[in-house]
Write a new protein. Structure first.
Length: 86
């Protein structure tokens, strides 16, 4: 049985690429029996969704959080996201 530490790495890797079937099975089995790792996966998927929504809104020219972030901060985040996007 893999440790929680190794499963969190696998969950993180699964966000970026398709895993070999053995690693997927190990991850899913662990997630079924470990509520903490399952919660971690839900949280990381939620964060990814929020970031994707932010990028989409910014590309459409509608700030995602116009009242919270200063224009300079939004511009800095936009530049960082554009630099990292494929």
């Amino acid at each position: 049985m893999p440790s929680c530490r190794s499963v969190t790495r696998i969950v993180s890797d699964a966000l970026d690429r398709r895993l070999p079937w053995r690693r997927r099975v190990v991850m899913r089995w662990h997630l079924l029996i470990c509520p903490k790792c399952a919660r971690f996966r839900r949280q990381i998927l939620f964060l990814r969704e929020i970031i994707n929504r932010y990028v989409l809104m910014e590309r459409k020219g509608r700030p995602f959080l116009p009242a919270v972030l200063a224009p300079e901060t939004r511009a800095r985040i936009r530049r960082a996201l554009e630099h990292e996007s494929p």
